[in-house]
Design a binder for this molecule. Structure first.
Ligand SMILES: Nc1nc2c(ncn2[C@@H]2O[C@H](COP(=O)(O)OP(=O)(O)OP(=O)(O)O)[C@@H](O)[C@H]2O)c(=O)[nH]1
Length: 339
């Protein structure tokens, strides 16, 4: 099951970028108000109208920011507006050479807001544009005759770009590793309960109904631990996890709830189909050949199935029904499916 947001970023990244965009929008509003006052006092009404439009846009974006699912799209619109405005300021004969120091902030903001690829490409484009404007405005001045100054500007800008890119790349990697660790069972590599809850909520939200849940519990697993050791028990759990993976579709989720208890989340699956799958999995487990030293371990599993056509009360009631059916299967002699 896909774990990211519709835009590809993780939930964590989205939260991080939303916060930064919020801060930038507040800065934009404050700066715009200041410039509106300045332009009004010097009678530059055209510029004042542009500043008013920018301020209104920033305030509107602030109101939709907490709930928009299109964060990246709006962050891109904001950055293009901001950077284009900056280019306009660079090109204006009224601005001094010091305004070009804003170049250093461009790669930092674009990478943090848009990620390493989109942010990298966008800042590269505007850096080249800034360099062209700089050459056009100051190409014939004395400054261009001092190679040391130009080398300083180019080196510092390249460092700002490179460090932002490397920082964002490693932040994205670290975040990905953390979210994998937080959502995965380390022994089997299956999803853990937190991921099950997330996938369940997503399936309900996307109306992938009816939704089925298959709960699997190995029979007499304690004996395997007692007779062959904990390491063999662990190996058996990994084999069961692999068997589960082989029975599910891309849209399903295989999960370890804890101990020797597993679960399959099957979106858009009716009770008959869920039961057929559970039966096939049970037969598969029965025929598995787990070898330990000279012995061949025989495994069986008891399975409980639950299906809901509109599970508005959340995951717990469904888990409860599947659990009750699982215990009926245990009570009925094990190695069977109930539900
Ligand atoms: N190897 C290993 N054993 C575990 C792990 N987690 C739980 N167990 C063991 O799983 C066993 C579960 O035992 P029981 O709950 O009695 O279940 P059972 O023996 O399968 O009996 P029934 O479910 O009634 O058929 C216990 O011995 C736990 O110590 C684990 O991560 N690795």
């Amino acid at each position: 099951m896909n774990q990211g947001t519709p835009e590809g970023d993780s939930d964590l990244s989205q939260r991080h970028r939303r916060e930064l965009l919020r801060l930038l929008l507040w800065f934009t509003v404050l700066f715009s108000v200041g410039f509106i006052a300045i332009n009004f006092s010097v009678g530059k009404y055209g510029l004042m109208a542009i500043e008013i439009a920018v301020a209104v846009f920033a305030v509107w974006l602030l109101t939709i920011l907490p709930r928009t699912p299109n964060l990246r799209r709006w962050a891109l619109v904001y950055m293009v507006t901001l950077l284009s405005g900056t280019m306009f300021a660079f090109a204006s004969p009224a601005t001094s050479i010091t305004v070009f120091s804003w170049i250093l902030v461009m790669p930092v903001l674009t990478h943090l807001l848009l990620g390493r690829w989109l942010g990298g490409v966008l800042s590269l484009f505007y850096l080249v544009l800034s360099a062209s404007i700089f050459c056009w405005r100051f190409g014939t001045t004395q400054l261009m005759d001092t190679p040391g100054s130009i080398a300083n500007i180019v080196t510092v800008t390249a460092c700002a770009y490179l460090f932002s890119h490397v920082y964002e790349a490693s932040r994205e990697r670290a975040e990905q590793q953390l979210s994998v660790m937080a959502l995965t069972d380390s022994l089997t590599g299956l999803a853990n309960r937190t991921q099950l809850e997330q996938s369940f909520s997503r399936a309900v939200l996307q109306r992938q109904l009816p939704l089925s849940l298959v709960m699997i519990d190995l029979d007499y697993f304690k004996r395997i631990n007692d007779e062959h050791g904990h390491a063999t028990g662990d190996a058996v759990l990994r084999i069961i996890a692999q068997a589960m993976r082989e029975h599910i579709r891309e849209s399903d989720l295989a999960c370890r709830l804890g101990g020797e208890e597993f679960c399959l989340l099957l979106p858009s699956t009716n009770p008959q189909r869920a039961r057929r799958l559970a039966d096939r999995l049970r037969e598969d487990i029965e025929t598995l050949e787990c070898r330990h030293e000279d012995a061949v371990l025989k495994l069986t599993a008891s399975i409980g199935v639950a299906t809901a056509s509109n599970p508005t009360d959340g995951l717990d009631p469904m888990l409860h029904v599947a659990d009750q059916n699982l215990y009926r299967a245990k009570f009925a002699g094990r190695n069977c499916v109930v539900g």
